[in-house]
Design a binder for this molecule. Sequence first.
Ligand code: HPA
Length: 262
Amino acid sequence: MSKIGVIGGSGLYDISGLRITEDREVETPYGRPSAPYRIGEIEGIPIAFLPRHGQPHSIPPHKINYRANLWGFKSLGVERLISVSATGGINPSLKPGDIVLLDQIIDMTMGARASTFYEADEVVHIDFTEPYCPELRQGVLSAGKKTGIAPVQTGAYICTNGPRLESRAEIKFFSAMGADVVGMTGMPEACLARELEICFSGICLVTNHAAGIAGKKLSAVDVIEKMKEANLRINSLLRETFVLIPAERGCLCKDGLKDARV
Ligand code: HPA
């Protein structure tokens, strides 16, 4: 079984049941990842965990070294990565506490983040039609059925640069663009994973109605509280997913760079 990576977001700083064997500091050509990787196993399955905001939570979304984080996972032999994050619900059918399994993403970080490993010698255009690995998505959906913690099966994530929350008009605009949830970290994680031919999956918790939807002021404290409340459910979903993922990859993510070089 190949190693599975998990990136934890605001309010998710470890994985329960992970038997840790090592906290590994990793150096990369892009600098230091957010924290040492917690390496261990669950039911014999090798896992590497990284809290993207650092341990303790000290790195804001626009300052995260996404390239170092993703490169670090690759260097540890991670072939599949599950990203967990807090989001604001834009789609009116979503409510705080819902878990959404993402299937699409919209990038509104406007080039403010280093979003590729290919800046100098090579010109590479990865296919990003389906940003999330279908096989990993299937694993999470099956885990949802098995545990009774069924996520909302699809959702488009829109990524802002942050760190501020959005205005009411921005959320109205994002809604018209087809976004279901808003967060600040989904990009460039998703495209960097594809450039490294790592399968990538996005599980997000709706921690609040996005700006202007519930008609009340938003609070970062509430976001963390909501995420902590959901830790048990998210951990159960993750653990079952680890078990249900097929041992060998059968998706196209492993060939993410095929025909991508100009
Ligand atoms: N906007 C952006 N990011 C978030 C939100 C939000 O409303 N909630 C949790 N992360």
